[in-house]
Design a protein around this ligand. Structure first.
Ligand SMILES: O=C(O)CCC(=O)C(=O)O
Length: 332
C-alpha cells in the first residue's frame, strides 16, 4: 500500500499572498474520476426525467457528456443547473425530491471531506474544521455551445467577475477564518477558463462590490480600479487545489475551449464560527478533539440539505439579503 505524506503547506506564503496552490493533493483516478462517473449517472437520470415530463425535447443520450449537458442547459435555461450544484438554489419547493433541487452523492461528499484536503486546511486553521455550506460544483461547457443569455447571466456556466468571497456572504463572517478551497475536476487552463487571483490583494481589506451586470442582484464585483489591477491566471492540473483567504480578489476566465471547465469551490472554517449563510447546513468535517462530531456518511449530509429544503419551501423568512444592494452611491 502506498502511504502518501501529508501535503506541505507554506503558511508564510499563504499569509503573504492570500492564496496558495498545492499540487497532488488528490489522486485524479481514485478521487476525481468517481466524481465524473457520479455526474454522468446524474445527467442520465435528470435527462430521463425531463424528457419524460416534456421539459426537454429529447434525452440527448447520443451526445458526449459536455455537448449533452450544454444542450440540456440550452433547452432549460439557468433553472436547468439546479440539480447539478451541491448547494440549494431557489425556488424552494416541496413537490420535488432533493435530487431535482441539488446534487448530493458519495463522490462529491468524499471530496468535501477528503483527508488530504483536510490535512491542508488543518495546517492553516487548526484541527476543528467546519465545512461551510457556501459550496458549488461548476460545470461550464464551452461558451460557444451555450445560448448567449446563459453565458451573460449565469456564473455557474460562464466567467466570474472579480470579487472577494467575503463580499457575497453576510457580515457575520467578517471576523472569521473562512478559507475558500477551489480545485479542478479536469485540468483548468487559460483557454477553458481557469481562476485568476490578485496576489496580496487581501491586505487591502474588504471593498465595496457593485452589480457587474444590470439587473443581476446576486452578481457583485469590485470597482473598476481593482478590476484593472493585474490579476494573474492560475492554470491548474487535476489533483491540485488552491486555497484562498476570504478577502483575496479573484475571478475566472471564459471557456473559449471546446471542452468542459469543471471545478469545486468549497469553504472551511473553525468549528463555532458563523458561516455567512445561517439558513444552510454546515457539518463538522474534522474534529481532533471529538471525532464523534464528524459527519462521515454522505446520506447524513444529504439529509441535512433535505431538511433545509423542506424548511425553506415552507418559510424563507430566515434568509437575509446580501450585504450590498447595488444602489450604493459609489456604484452609480
Ligand atoms: O469557478 C469559478 O469560475 C469561480 C469561482 C469563484 O469565484 C469562487 O469560488 O468564489
Amino acid at each position: 500500500m502506498v502511504v502518501l505524506s501529508v501535503p506541505r503547506v507554506d503558511v508564510q506564503r499563504f499569509h503573504d499572498d492570500g492564496f496558495l496552490v498545492i499540487e497532488d493533493v488528490f489522486d485524479p483516478v481514485l478521487d476525481l474520476d468517481p466524481v465524473v462517473r457520479e455526474y454522468t449517472a446524474k445527467l442520465d437520470r435528470v435527462a430521463d426525467a425531463w424528457a419524460a415530463d416534456g421539459t426537454i425535447p429529447s434525452t440527448f443520450a447520443d451526445l458526449p457528456f459536455t455537448q449533452r449537458f450544454a444542450q440540456i442547459l440550452n433547452a432549460t435555461g439557468s433553472i436547468g443547473y439546479r440539480p447539478f450544484d451541491i448547494c440549494l438554489g431557489g425556488p424552494f419547493r416541496t413537490d420535488e425530491p432533493l435530487e431535482a433541487s441539488m446534487h448530493a452523492g458519495p463522490a462529491v461528499f468524499n471530496m468535501m471531506r477528503h483527508p488530504r484536503l483536510l490535512d491542508v486546511i488543518e495546517q492553516l486553521i487548526g484541527g476543528e474544521i467546519l465545512s461551510n455550506p457556501i459550496q458549488h460544483v461548476r460545470i461550464k461547457p464551452p461558451e460557444a455551445m451555450l445560448r448567449e443569455e446563459l453565458v451573460k447571466r449565469n456564473t455557474m456556466m460562464s466567467a466570474v467577475a472579480w470579487h472577494q468571497d467575503q463580499g457575497v456572504a453576510l457580515p457575520e463572517i467578517d471576523q472569521t477564518d473562512i478559507l475558500t478551497v477551489w480545485f479542478p475536476v479536469l485540468d483548468a487552463t487559460v483557454e477553458n477558463g481557469c481562476l485568476c487571483v490578485i496576489p496580496g490583494s487581501y491586505h487591502r481589506g474588504m471593498l465595496l462590490h457593485c452589480p457587474s451586470r444590470p439587473g443581476q442582484g446576486f452578481d457583485l464585483r469590485i470597482p473598476d480600479e481593482i478590476r484593472g489591477a493585474g490579476g494573474i491566471p492560475v492554470p491548474m492540473t487535476r489533483g491540485s487545489i488552491i486555497v484562498m483567504h476570504r478577502q483575496t480578489m479573484h475571478s475566472s476566465l471564459s471557456n473559449k475551449s471546446d471542452g468542459v471547465r469543471w471545478s469545486f469551490d468549497l469553504r472551511y472554517q473553525p468549528v463555532g464560527q458563523p458561516t455567512g449563510r445561517p439558513w444552510f447546513p454546515a457539518f463538522v468535517a474534522r474534529s481532533r478533539q471529538d471525532p464523534s462530531q464528524e459527519v462521515h456518511d454522505w446520506r447524513v449530509w444529504a439529509d441535512l440539505w433535505e431538511a433545509t429544503r423542506l424548511h425553506l419551501a415552507d418559510d424563507t423568512s430566515g434568509m437575509k439579503p446580501r450585504r450590498w444592494t447595488g444602489t450604493e452611491e459609489a456604484c452609480a
